[in-house]
Design a protein around this ligand. Sequence first.
Ligand code: ATP
Ligand code: MG
Length: 233
Amino acid sequence: MLEVQDLHTFYGESHVLQGVSLSVAPSQCVALLGRNGAGKTTTLRSILGLTPARRGEVTFKGEVITRKPTHQIVRLGVSYVPEDRGIFATVTVEEHLAMARGASRGRPARKDIGYVFEVFPRLAERRHSLGGQLSGGEQQMLAIGRALIAGPDLLVLDEPSEGLAPVIIEKLEEVLLAVKRMGVPILIVEQNYHLATRLADYVYVLSQGSVKFAGATEALTRDENIRRTYLSV
Ligand SMILES: Nc1ncnc2c1ncn2[C@@H]1O[C@H](COP(=O)(O)OP(=O)(O)OP(=O)(O)O)[C@@H](O)[C@H]1O
Ligand SMILES: [Mg+2]
């Protein structure tokens, strides 16, 4: 589904990703873990073409996407929920979803706005509210709802639980498990180790721009050394 081979990414002179490789198989949920500054967001940004890698290759559904512009990668079926959620303060919930639906024209799996309201009934209640009037949890639901409307072939999430109350994180977990059951592969960056390991089938641990551990989730939960050294859990 997604193959990332030996990515090297720079910010100016700073060599941030030093040969990151990972893969996401169909229907799989893969978590990317690591401390602050490890290179998790940069890995996602390189996959999406937002901070293109200088070396290495990204393949999605058999097609090389390394040098493609972001809008083409999205059109191919990668939906990205960035760390800052990207909600517009002066645009309503319904308008956000309508824009996303318009942008995904031509995608065979494209969903209706009603579908998002079924997944997140709270958003239906707040359909006429402006982005800036939503709580953090509601904004996150909107960001994920907007990503789902395209009917993605891969859902990429950067720290979706950040800033959310425990009860909203439980709701988020249910939603992501439902997405997984629908067979949509997920690549998730998450600081919440317990959430990540409940969702993920496979885990990569990053430190200083390279992969220090790759294995099934159970292998990580058994590997106290890796957890202590790179995750402090
Ligand atoms: N726009 C930028 N310009 C320069 N350096 C950057 C930029 N963005 C990130 N970096 C640096 O690149 C490294 C990796 O950052 P990245 O944001 O990928 O880490 P992260 O694993 O997502 O961390 P966090 O958990 O804090 O979100 C860090 O050392 C960071 O300071
Ligand atoms: Mg980050």
